[in-house]
Write a protein that binds this ligand. Structure first.
Ligand code: GSH
Length: 266
């Protein structure tokens, strides 16, 4: 019996899966796909996920892609401790939160990494895009705070599905120093999450990647400049750039060939 997770320490989607595997005590081998980010992944990784995205999980030869599908599979296969809330309404609520984080929320983090790590815009243009992002973050923090409703965890009295689905993205925002303010319910909730062993392990992976020259953001930025790294402007990420004033970035990336869209399945 073997469990392999194709992942990247910076991918919030991969972190969702790792949190769940750690929390359930499932042993797995973490693999960094060789050509991730180049737009030309191949081999066993592309066979596991035709989208060429992390995460992809292979359990005893059975391949699964998309973090939400993978998390549902993990929960179905390794039921204890249960992460899905008990009632249909609470389950729907957790899934709605997950959906917003995976789509609209992640697009803002993505855009910020394009500015901060990959220097797609500078000066006034960058400042305007960041201001737009901070406004959107603040609205989402207010929404998340309402969903948390003054409780310790999104699902009530224990760390569960929605917590696992939110924390990777808020940790990403905090790395840009744009996260929830100190002494707020949401910030205290983040601290509770990050104190857990599962999160410590994921956060250690991030620190290790930052300290590994070949995996660092600087190395990735050099690869983008050289055209060897093509950032994936899929669905909500593309929408964010177009609606928030970053159309120039998209056209320039297309001209220079250092952005790509989703893999066509075939
Ligand atoms: N909906 C997918 C999104 C996964 C995704 O976008 N992964 C990114 C990393 S955060 C990726 O692997 N991109 C491929 C690339 O950059 O080439 C999921 O939930 O798993």
């Amino acid at each position: 019996m073997s469990v392999v997770l194709y992942e990247h320490p910076f991918s919030p989607y991969a972190v969702k899966c790792k949190i769940l595997l750690h929390e359930k005590g499932v042993a797995f081998e973490a693999r960094l796909p060789e050509a991730i980010g180049s737009g030309s992944s191949g081999g066993a990784f592309l066979a596991a996920n035709p989208r060429g995205e992390v995460p992809a999980l292979i359990d005893d030869g059975f391949a699964i892609f998309d973090s939400s599908v993978i998390c549902e599979y993990i929960e179905d296969k390794w039921a204890e401790p249960a992460f899905r809330p008990g009632s249909p309404m609470e389950r729907a609520k957790a899934r709605m939160i997950e959906e917003i984080m995976d789509t609209q929320y992640e697009a803002i983090n993505w855009a910020m990494s394009e500015l901060v790590a990959f220097k797609r815009a500078e000066g006034e243009e960058a400042a305007a895009l960041k201001a737009r992002a901070q406004g959107q973050y603040d609205n989402l923090f207010a929404w998340l705070t309402r969903e948390l409703g003054g409780r310790d965890w999104f699902g009530g009295d224990r760390f569960g599905w929605a917590d696992m689905a939110v924390i990777p993205f808020l940790n990403g925002t905090a790395r840009f120093r744009m996260g929830p303010a100190k002494d707020t319910d949401l910030r205290r909730w983040m601290e509770r999450c990050n104190a857990r062993e599962s999160l410590k392990r994921c956060n250690d992976d991030v620190q290790r990647a930052i300290a590994t020259p070949a995996q660092s953001m600087d190395a990735a930025a050099d690869r983008v400049k050289a055209g060897a790294f093509k950032r994936e402007y899929r669905d909500h990420r593309l929408e964010w750039m177009l609606r928030s004033g970053g159309a120039r970035i998209v056209w320039e990336g297309m001209e220079k060939g250092n952005i790509r869209f989703s893999n066509e399945i075939g």
